[in-house]
Design a binder for this molecule. Structure first.
Ligand code: MN
Length: 175
């Protein structure tokens, strides 16, 4: 009889142990599932056209009428500045640099770009221009035709523009 009750005890113990192992396994699996779900919780974002007010290009940084339409809101986690810049004929940026560079993609019209000491280059829709870090340059419309370009700036590593003197009429008309 004693032996028998010992045997029942052992059976109960092993049942408890098995239950514990099962509970632990299930809780680990649940935690993993929660983790996966947390990853999936991130949602894609649509930046609706027209959701950010247009901004006039300030006279300290531009000559003529320039409008900036940001696409990605300030401070967004992408850390990318993306904006459509519209230059009326004859308008252009001042001379400036970007501490980590800038990419522009010409969308419409006829554009002009120049780096210090270089020729003025005419650019057209579909052309992309890379301005390397700290290269002094300007970009703008041609004399008679407006130009729009997307400006794409990776804001990582504190990529800042440094605004310098305006592009004089003499410099602009050199082409
Ligand atoms: Mn630039």
């Amino acid at each position: 009889m004693l032996k028998n009750s010992k045997g029942i005890c052992m059976k109960k113990l092993s049942l408890i142990c098995l239950s514990l192992v099962l509970i632990m396994t299930v809780s680990v699996m649940t935690a993993q599932a929660k983790e996966r779900k947390g990853f999936d919780m991130k949602k894609i974002e649509v930046f609706q056209n027209g959701s950010i007010p247009s901004v006039k290009g300030p006279a300290e940084w531009f000559t003529g009428a320039v409008r900036v339409d940001s696409v990605v809101p300030n401070g967004h986690e992408s850390n990318i500045s993306l904006g459509l810049v519209t230059f009326e004929p004859g308008s252009r940026t001042a001379w400036h640099t970007h501490s980590k560079g800038q990419l522009v993609l010409i969308m419409s019209g006829v554009g002009l770009v120049q780096q210090e000491g270089g020729e003025i280059i005419e650019v057209h829709p579909g052309d992309a221009v890379w301005f390397p870090a700290n290269v002094k340059h300007w970009h703008g419309a041609s004399k008679d035709v407006a130009m729009t370009h997307y400006s794409i700036i990776n804001l990582n590593d504190n990529n800042q523009p440094d605004w310098l003197e305006h592009v004089s009429d003499k410099e602009y008309n050199a082409k």
